[in-house]
Design a protein around this ligand. Structure first.
Ligand code: UDP
Ligand code: MG
Length: 337
């Protein structure tokens, strides 16, 4: 992005330097962290018109992730880290990041290098142009099975049709948020979180940048079909009450059909004196109706379950330890801002 002029060192700066936080949620990322850190350092070192904070969030990893973060923290005063008390999931880990990031803007990225740090200068450029939410859109989805691709497209189209705001396709959590957006995200404190939808819900001035998503550097994705299915249910149920309407509509049509067939059989018997037949039809109808009723109860149950969890009002995450970036980086920031 040299042509955008963002990487050029500005020697005679009179304006206050802004602080950019980079948040990296980590769950069992021991094999990626050092490579990510080296890559980030390479990209950030020529940019000297900002202070950087690298905020690692250890989401209850069972491997050496925390030890590696601690080691990086001791050697680099731009690093802050939060160690959560257990694995709360990426969605909750990100809320911790929103709460603790100090920057004037916040960049969210994965630890597995699927989100290329080389996009950061371009994001910063658009932020300086006045955009509040610069999100990265995948040019194509990485290596994925056809089924996974189609299922996720189906999910997006259901969600899109049933909500009143636009849900962006092929857009993940890799993005730059202005402080305004971070403050807005901090207000959304529900326990059952679907952060991708929330970014769209909060609005603000958005800008798209395109990137090629690579494959995971090491380890395996923690999203199997089951957790993706759960996330899809979460996305739909936490953003729209449309499934409840579908249940009502199906109930209405079935009742209408039943009433019409009742009239039909009544007149047939009265006019032609046909004896009532059709035990198998009766059984099928009853089973069909029973199934429909169970599905509807299930849908209501999904909402009820969420109300149950939210009314408990538990904190979304718990912190075992928080260390903030070196005094120097922080004081400089306070002095200038
Ligand atoms: N992650 C996390 N907590 C979890 C699962 C994942 O903080 O419970 C982090 C993970 O370390 C990575 C990011 O979230 O930095 C994305 O995870 P992953 O690569 O498994 O997801 P995918 O890229 O397949 O969507
Ligand atoms: Mg990944």
């Amino acid at each position: 992005m040299k042509e955008l002029g963002i990487c050029k060192p500005q020697k005679d700066m009179t304006v206050a330097k802004k602080m950019v936080s980079i948040m990296i949620p980590c769950y069992n990322e021991q094999d990626s962290l050092r490579v990510l850190y080296a890559e980030l350092t390479k990209i950030l070192s020529p940019i000297d018109n900002y202070f950087f904070e690298l905020l690692f969030i250890n989401d209850g990893s069972q491997d050496q992730t925390l030890q590696i973060i601690e080691e990086l923290y001791r050697n680099d005063n731009r690093i802050s880290y939060i160690d959560l008390s257990r694995n709360f999931g990426k969605e909750n880990a990100m809320l911790a990041g929103f709460d603790y990031a100090k920057g004037d803007c916040l960049i969210i990225m994965d630890a597995d290098l699927q989100h290329p740090p080389s996009l950061i200068p371009e994001m910063l450029y658009w932020w300086e142009q006045g955009y509040d939410d610069v999100y990265a859109k995948r040019a194509e989805r990485g290596k994925e099975s056809l089924m996974r691709k189609y299922l996720s497209l189906a999910f997006y189209s259901i969600l899109e049709k049933s909500t009143r705001f636009e849900i962006l396709k092929n857009v993940g959590d890799f993005r730059l948020l202005d402080r305004k957006c971070v403050e807005a995200m901090k207000l959304l404190r529900e326990n059952e979180r679907y952060t991708k939808g929330m970014f769209c819900w909060i609005g603000f001035k958005k800008k798209e940048v395109i990137f090629e998503q690579g494959d995971r550097l090491a380890g395996v994705s923690s999203w199997g079909y089951r957790s993706l299915f759960n996330l899809a249910i979460e996305g739909i149920v936490s953003f729209t009450t449309f499934p409840l309407k579908i249940a009502t509509m199906i109930g209405f049509f079935i009742a209408l059909g039943a009433f019409l067939s009742l009239l039909y059989f009544l007149f047939k018997t009265l006019l032609y004196g046909d004896p009532v037949q059709g035990f198998p039809t009766l059984v099928c109808t009853m089973l069909f109706l029973g199934g429909m009723q169970l599905i509807s109860i299930g849908i209501v149950g999904e909402y009820l379950g969420r109300i149950f969890h939210e009314t408990k009002n538990r904190p979304t995450y718990l912190i075992r330890q928080y260390e903030q970036c070196g005094k120097q980086a922080f004081d400089n920031h306070k002095l200038t801002s």
